[in-house]
Structures are given as C-alpha cells and as structure tokens.
Design a protein around this ligand. Structure first.
Ligand code: GRG
Length: 299
C-alpha cells in the first residue's frame, strides 16, 4: 500500500469514528436522577477514543455484501460495546491493573473499582439488548443466530476463556501453540464476530466460512502488531503502558518468534486475508486497505 493510501485510510478512519461515536453515544442516557454516576462512567468509557476497528470491519463487510445500513450500524455498536466492556474489566486491579487506556485514565481510576465493574456489566448487557431489538433485523431467527454468535465469541468459549488462559499464563510458560490458541480466543473471537455478522444480517450463511477464515488471519495479524507495538511503540502514540508483557514475564508470539519472523508472519497472514477478498474485485479495495492497515498502524 502506498503512502497516499495509508493517509487516506487514517483520514477515513477518523471520519468513520466521528460519525460512529455519535451513534454509539446515542444509546447511553446523558443524565438521569439516581443513575448519573453509572451513565457518566459509561459515557466516559465510550468517549475517550479507540480505533473502532471491530465496527469498521463489520460495516465494511456489510457494505460489500449489501446489508441494510441501519442493521449493520446497530450490530457494529454492539460489538464495540462488548470490546469496551472487556477493556474496562481487563484494566481492573484484579486483572491487568492499568492506569492508562486510550491515552486517558482507566475507568476505575477515573471513578472506582465497583463503578468500573458495573460499567462493564452494563455495556455488555446493552450490546445484547441492541441486537435483540427488531430494529437490528426483522427476522427473529436471524437476531437469535446473531445473539448466539455474540455470546459464543465473547463468552466462556471465546474471549472470556482467552482471558482466563492469559491469567494462567502469568504463572505457567506457554508454548507457541498454546499462545496461538489463547490469542485466537482473547482477541480473535471478537474480530470473528465482526467479520461474519453480515453473513447473518444478509442471510448468506454460505459465506461464513470465507469470512471466518479472513477473520482468523486478521485477528492474529492484529495481535502480532499489538505485541510489536508493546515492544517497539511509544506510550504516547499507543495510548497505554508498553513493555507490559515482558515485565510480567509473559511469552507472546513476538517473544517466541522474534520481531522479524513475527513481522513476516503477520505480513503473510494479511496477504492471505486480502487474497480471500479477490472475488469482490474493486468493490473490496477499501476493505483490503483497511486489512493492510492492521499491520502498518502505529497505535
Ligand atoms: C475482561 C473478559 C475480559 C476480557 C479482556 C480485551 C481483553 C480481554 C484484554 C485487553 C488486553 C489486550 C491488550 C488484549 C489484546 C488485544 C486488544 C484487544 C487490544 C485492544 O484493542 P484495540 O487496539 O483497542 O482495538 P482500541 O482502544 O483502539 O479500541
């Protein structure tokens, strides 16, 4: 991808975020007697930035398949809410114990631990409430399939399981296969939902296989880049503490393969992901550029 394409993608992402964020915020009340603290904290979490990568992939794939915009937008809000909840809980002292997220104080530092737990719970349940609503899709069957996928990708056989393995990894050295499995669950599962949701929304279940494969490569390449930023990036651009994994003695794909091999591996994953979009020709150009951005980004 040329230099111009890279700045175009950054411009496109900024434009997307500003529109998407307004929509995201519209789901959370600004003020209400008695519940102000909860809503203030929820609004804080969704207003302090974030790249919005999961929503953007969901919406770009939806556009490619021709899904009605209001359906994909609501589903994209749901996956971002799940992602935000996971970050709030991950930052808590009982988990990663972080003070900085998206360049701002973490939720529990800005408010307190109990509020952060409730914020996570409320963001998570709101995600399911949005998908379950008829406005997301007129077919109850399709809404149920989406709810099941979202639960699977975020719950005990998806992200939560991955997070548990990650906690175990603090005490036990994992090998490369175990780390790949951990990352597939912890990070990859939400990307999988983002990439296959439109197959449900458009009732094109046959396409799930291709987009699952696409998401597998995307999620893994994203994680490798995340690990590389942890060792090569700077705290200001990344917006969170760096060198976290090495300080905790945690193995990552990068620590096991070395920076160069890990980089090569991520490039191969992205090359193969982009190849899966070939049947869509020029219509998929922006999605291809976004896919490439996953490993060229610096935050
Ligand atoms: C608490 C159940 C539970 C799960 C937490 C998300 C997560 C699982 C842990 C966060 C720690 C971490 C660094 C995970 C690896 C990759 C990841 C999810 C990075 C953050 O995603 P970005 O870069 O974040 O898309 P922004 O802030 O841009 O949305």
């Amino acid at each position: 991808m040329g230099k111009n394409d890279f700045s175009n993608i950054k411009f496109f992402l900024a434009e997307f975020s500003s529109k998407f964020d307004k929509h995201l915020q519209s789901f959370i009340p600004k003020k209400e007697f008695f519940s102000n603290r909860l809503y203030d904290a929820m609004n804080y979490v969704i207003s302090v930035g974030g790249k919005r990568l999961r929503p953007i992939f969901l919406i770009e794939i939806a556009n490619l398949l021709g899904v009605k915009k209001s359906y994909s937008l609501r589903t994209a809000v749901s996956i971002e809410l799940i992602h935000c909840y996971s970050l709030v809980h991950d930052d808590l002292p009982a988990m990663d114990n972080d003070d900085l997220r998206r360049g701002h104080k973490t939720c529990h530092k800005m408010f307190d631990d109990a509020t952060a737990i409730l914020v996570g719970d409320a963001l998570q349940t709101l995600a399911f409430e949005i998908i379950a609503d008829k406005k997301t899709h007129p077919s109850a069957e399709i809404r149920c399939m989406l709810i099941k996928e979202l639960a699977k990708s975020s719950g005990m056989s998806g992200m939560v399981k991955g997070q548990m393995l990650d906690l175990v990894a603090e005490k036990k050295k994992l090998n490369i296969d175990e780390i790949l499995e951990l990352q597939k669950l912890k990070t990859g599962e939400l990307f999988r939902f983002s990439c296959i949701a439109s197959c449900y929304l458009n009732n094109e279940l046959k396409k799930i296989k291709t987009f699952s494969k696409f998401s597998k490569n995307l999620g893994l390449a994203f994680q490798i880049k995340d690990d590389l930023l942890d060792v090569e990036g700077d705290e200001i651009s990344v917006g969170k503490k760096i060198n976290k994994d090495s300080k905790r003695g945690k193995e990552t794909i990068v620590s096991l393969l070395g920076n160069n091999k890990a980089k090569e591996y991520s490039e191969k994953l992205i090359f193969e992901a982009i190849k899966l979009l070939e049947p869509y020709g020029k219509k998929a150009q922006r999605l291809k550029n976004l896919t490439d951005f996953i490993i060229s980004r610096n935050s």
